[in-house]
Design a protein around this ligand. Structure first.
Ligand code: COA
Length: 231
């Protein structure tokens, strides 16, 4: 089915051209060079069957399928989804997700649930002066309602606060995006306020709510969580 995904893809790219069994596997410059310039982010095991793992070149088909399946669900909230229309767009996207450092804006995790790609979580809007980043996320419509993203955000915060010099993490969502707002609210983030006309959704300006979590607040939350789980 892949050959039908991207009308612009060449037969070799789309998989329509099969190699002869005796032929050596085709050399891919892209796959060979990537490890030299792209440092993979560490895999974060969130729970049994749930993990955050970087996207590899082979995952572009999975990303394309996921975006296509969820286009109407996502375009209600994510304006950049309009720029991801073909398999080639997904390839460019995956190639750009090269982890350099937390402030690069290129640290994107796939959300993997029972070995299927079901969403993305990324660190963006890094500010080195304030040691601050924002977290963004989206999830396959059919996988909503199971706490997948909430649990991934907990893991991401645990990881980032313990291994990076990050003091403040923000989550920003349209004020009308109640499912997204429920995530920072569920996790005890502080509601910072609303920036008017600060985002765009479906070509229209929308008000954006900002939530924050400080390093010291997260440590307090962790201590409470630990004492609640003690017998
Ligand atoms: C925003 C979005 C990721 C939220 O998805 P979600 O499934 O509601 O979020 P979670 O995966 O954290 O699941 C939370 C739900 O699972 C339930 N849940 C079940 N087990 C849970 C657990 N262990 N922990 C937390 N919640 C759990 C919660 O009660 C909640 O259900 P509810 O909505 O009925 O109250 C999703 O709607 C989405 O991708 N939307 C489109 C893109 C988008 O808006 N992105 C954000 C832009 S700012």
């Amino acid at each position: 089915m892949r050959e039908h995904l991207d009308p612009q893809a060449s037969p070799a790219e789309s998989g329509a051209e099969k190699s002869h069994p005796l032929q050596l596997p085709q050399f891919s410059l892209r796959k060979a060079v990537r490890p030299l310039i792209a440092k993979p982010a560490p895999v974060l095991e969130v729970a049994e069957g749930l993990a955050l793992r970087s996207l590899e070149p082979d995952d572009e088909h999975l990303l394309y399928d996921l975006v296509e399946r969820n286009r109407s669900h996502l375009e209600s909230w994510l304006s950049w989804i309009e720029q991801i229309k073909t398999l080639r767009d997904c390839r460019r996207f995956v190639d750009k997700t090269r982890y350099n450092d937390i402030f690069s804006g290129r640290w994107v995790y796939g959300v993997w649930y029972e070995d299927a790609l079901v969403g993305l979580l990324d660190f963006n809007e890094g500010d080195r002066t304030l040691n601050q980043i924002s977290i963004g996320y989206w999830l396959d419509e059919a996988h909503q309602g199971r706490g997948i993203v909430t649990r991934c955000v907990v893991k991401a915060l645990d990881y980032v606060f313990s291994s990076e010099e990050i003091a403040r993490i923000l989550i920003k969502c349209a004020t009308t995006n109640k499912k997204s707002q429920a995530i920072p609210e569920r996790l005890g983030f502080t509601f910072e306020g609303v920036d008017k006309d600060a985002g765009t959704v479906q070509g229209k300006l929308v008000d954006m709510a900002t939530y924050s979590m400080l390093y010291r607040e997260w440590m307090e939350h962790q201590a409470k969580r630990a004492s609640n789980t003690q017998p």
